[in-house]
Write a protein that binds this ligand. Sequence first.
Ligand SMILES: [Zn+2]
Length: 128
Amino acid sequence: MTEKIGLEQIEEFMDMLTGGELPEGILMPRQPQLSRGEAFSVIWFLQEHLRVLDDSIEMCGVCEELFDYHCGGFIVDGSDEPDDWHRDIGVTSEMLEKNDGYKFCSSECEYQHWAKVRGEGNCEQKQD
Ligand SMILES: [Zn+2]
């Protein structure tokens, strides 16, 4: 019998890889101390190459929380045109193209990201 490995189990795995709390009854004398980014590379390999984990679990590029893409969140498609929400906050198609593949768990995180991208753009303009 195989039980589906979901978001909760992958979060446990993330905690194990990053030196966080271990599930009850698990003792590990050499627990890894990876960064969340490194740990997600391990998860990604298990998803995309070994296909043991569901590939709908993604890590937010802003807050680094895991989320199930089937239940929410947003992944930037660089070939898309900005929608009304994007246009309202000043996101251009060029910005979408440059941030292709960027992942967000929520619109709050996405908003933060675009605000930062716009901020960086302004700094470059000041050099004129
Ligand atoms: Zn987030």
